[in-house]
Design a protein around this ligand. Structure first.
Ligand SMILES: Nc1ncnc2c1ncn2[C@@H]1O[C@H](COP(=O)(O)OP(=O)(O)OP(=O)(O)O)[C@@H](O)[C@H]1O
Length: 231
């Protein structure tokens, strides 16, 4: 197994109509304000290169607006770069066909969002089983797997409840169980815990650390500025 799971190579992301010109200016050393003034483009990332190690938690930290979410969202191609390469297991994900990209999202990289992303009209166990059902697994098997993960996050007795019957912290644990149920090697966590109150956030962080030690997932965790983290 390689030591590096994801390589982010000289990635630029510019939002706006003239990304090529904006990247050219950035490569010449222009700053964000100059690029904005000359091209009306908003710079998200400029020349970022990072190796994400296999089987560890990598925290992305920085000031508000420094590009943390933009970076994390490149890793499953929710956002495509204006320039640069992203390799997962040595494979350039920008060159994936649509079926291969779907495969990557359903099997290799899962994501936990701040808003939990739970479907309100289906119960907790079916929310956790959702990703497995989407990729065609049999319902009974998907539910067995979902129950196992609900148990690991301490919520098996809430399997039949609906998301609006749970607290924010419990909903977030359901979101985590859903991401883990897919058994992807990479877990992206984009402000996953920032909506939680501090005590529950610490508890979730502890739980994530314990799970990671057992499961050895590669986790990329966006840390909110101003939020203390135990990770
Ligand atoms: N869809 C978009 N359109 C235009 N500009 C964007 C878009 N998404 C992000 N940006 C810009 O890219 C820059 C980086 O934003 P990003 O959300 O990645 O920062 P962040 O570090 O995650 O911030 P925060 O900690 O406040 O959430 C900011 O200047 C932002 O305005």
């Amino acid at each position: 197994m390689s030591d590096v799971k994801i390589q982010i190579c000289d990635v630029y992301k510019v939002f706006g109509d003239r990304p090529e010109r904006a990247v050219e200016l950035l490569r010449q050393g222009a700053d964000k304000a100059t690029v904005q003034a000359q091209t009306r483009c908003n710079v998200g990332l400029a020349g970022v290169s990072v190796d994400i190690p296999t089987g560890q938690i990598t925290c992305i930290m920085g000031l508000s607006g420094s590009g943390k979410s933009t970076l994390v969202r490149h890793l499953n191609r929710l956002i495509d770069p204006s320039a640069g390469e992203i390799l997962v297991d040595g494979r350039d994900i920008l060159k994936l066909s649509m079926p291969d990209l779907r495969q990557l999202r359903r099997h290799s990289i899962s994501m936990v969002f701040q808003g939990f992303g739970l479907l309100p009209h289906i119960n907790v166990i079916d929310n956790v089983a959702f990703g497995l059902s989407v990729r065609g697994e049999k319902k009974a098997l998907a539910r067995d797997t979902a129950l196992k993960w609900l148990d690991r996050v301490g919520l098996s007795e809430y399997a039949a409840s609906y998301p609006d019957e749970l607290s924010g912290g419990m909903r977030q644990r359901v979101g985590l169980a859903r991401a883990l149920a897919i058994d992807a090697e990479v877990l992206l966590m984009d402000e996953a815990f920032s909506a939680l109150d501090p005590l529950i956030r610490y508890e979730m962080q502890d739980q994530l650390l314990a799970l990671q030690q057992r499961l050895k997932k590669t986790i990329v965790f966006k840390v909110d500025p101003g939020i203390e983290t135990a990770l």
